[in-house]
Every structure is written in C-alpha cells, then in structure tokens.
Write a protein that binds this ligand. Sequence first.
Ligand code: NAP
Length: 244
Amino acid sequence: MLKGQVAIVTGASRGIGAAIAEKLASMGANIAVVYAGNEAKAQGVCEKITAQYGVTAKAYKCDVSEFEECKETVNQVKADFGTVNILVNNAGITKDGLLAMMKEDAFDSVIATNLKGAFNMIRHCTGIFIRNKGGRIVNISSVSGMIGNAGQTNYSASKAGIIGLTKSVARELASRGITCNAVAPGFVATDMTKDLGPAGEELMKSIPLGRLGTPEDIAGAVAFLVTADYITGEVLKVDGGIAM
Ligand code: NAP
C-alpha cells in the first residue's frame, strides 16, 4: 500500500515511534528512523524491519529541537532515499512537575522538543512535499493537550500547541495535496509511562476500556491517517475513552 514511499519517523528508536516505523514498513514504506541518542536501539529497529519486511531502513541521529540538525537530516534522507513522502513527528519528552516548582528549563526543553521539533521537521520537509505535489504529515499529540493534566503544564502546552500547528499546516498546505493530522494517545505502555507508581492504579480506573494503550494501537491510527486521502486537520484520539 505504501510500496516505494519514504517515511521519516522521529523518535523511532523505541516505544510508539518504533511501532509506527514497523507498521509503515509492513505496508511497504522505506523508513528513516530518527533518534536522539540511543543508537543501538535505532539500529535494532532498522535491522528488524529490514529483515521482516524487505524494505530499506536507515537510522539518523538528530535532536529535533535543533533547526539546523533537522535541515541536515532531511537533506540526508533525501540524498539517501531520493525523496520524502511521509513525516511522522513522534519524538517527545516529559519533564513533569507541579507548576509552583517547575524550573524554567523544564518548560523550555519540553516545548523545544515536542512542539518546535515538529515545526522544524515540517519546515524542512515542506519544500519536498510541494515539489512532489503531495505529502502526509502525522503529528503525535496527547490527550493531555486536550483536557490538561495536573503536573504536566509544560507537556500539555506542547501537545495543545501540536494541535494548533497541525490545523494551521493542514489549512496552509491542503491546496498542495499535503495532509496534516494529529493522533492524541491516552496512556500507552512505554518507557515514558513506566514510572507512574501508585498513580497508575487510579489511572487504570479512569480508562473506560480498562487497559493502557499499546504502541501498536497508536501505530494503527497513524497508518490510517497516512492512507486517508480526504482527512486533514483532524485530531484522532486513541485513548481507550479517557477524553470522550
Ligand atoms: P519514549 O518511549 O520515551 O520514546 C521517546 C522517543 O523520542 C525515543 O525514540 C527518543 O530517542 C526520541 N527523542 C526524545 N527526544 C528527542 C529529540 N530531542 N530528538 C529526537 N528524538 C528524540 O516515548 P513514547 O511513549 O514512545 O512517546 C512517543 C510520543 O508519543 C511522544 O511524542 C509522546 O509525547 C507521545 N505520547 C505518549 C504517550 C504515552 O503514554 N506513552 C501518551 C500520549 C502521547 P532515544 O531513544 O534516542 O532517546
């Protein structure tokens, strides 16, 4: 279904991003696996999807919060693969804490990675998409950006920002055949959520479907949006019913 297409997936060395990379590869796409520092895991994802699906996959170390690094990475992906058709902005971090005690850096770094990182990558892929007369962008937001979450003012601001970014990009680039959508996961079992502690028990009770999401749940939604021709500016919640 995506045979011959080229997808950049940021934060694809583990968790949700690795599942997205694998899903798009299973549909035939060649994958640029972007990671921050975990080279062994990124290489592992490349080896797995190459062996399993016979596509090409290559790892790129890139801090998405850095404008110039993103430019170099997108240029390198284009040089290696010939083009870019799909961009999934999944890289993200949390630095949770109560507002009254939150350090300035905890706010700035979360916005820089989660929100500016998506802008940086979109900014550098847009010229390629325009020349191709088409492209698919999927940004990973969060239900925290829709309904808020105590202890996550920085994170929920970044994820709400992703929704505004998604809708403006969708409006601006629709006439060029480029769609831009967001997926808003609830709580997904990854490294990011492994230390929920006692709050985890309460959390489970708040999920109508009674379980945490899996990375594959999110990857399925990304695959749907990547293949949808007539959906843009949408925010698809994949949250077991938390934010209904
Ligand atoms: P994770 O397991 O912590 O993985 C984070 C990924 O992002 C890793 O691949 C990491 O690379 C990469 N990354 C972090 N900072 C980066 C940077 N500055 N530049 C490039 N890559 C960077 O996270 P996850 O749970 O899979 O979350 C993936 C996305 O889903 C995030 O945007 C997150 O906010 C969102 N989300 C997650 C949940 C959840 O419950 N897990 C819920 C809602 C939304 P390295 O491996 O190299 O460090």
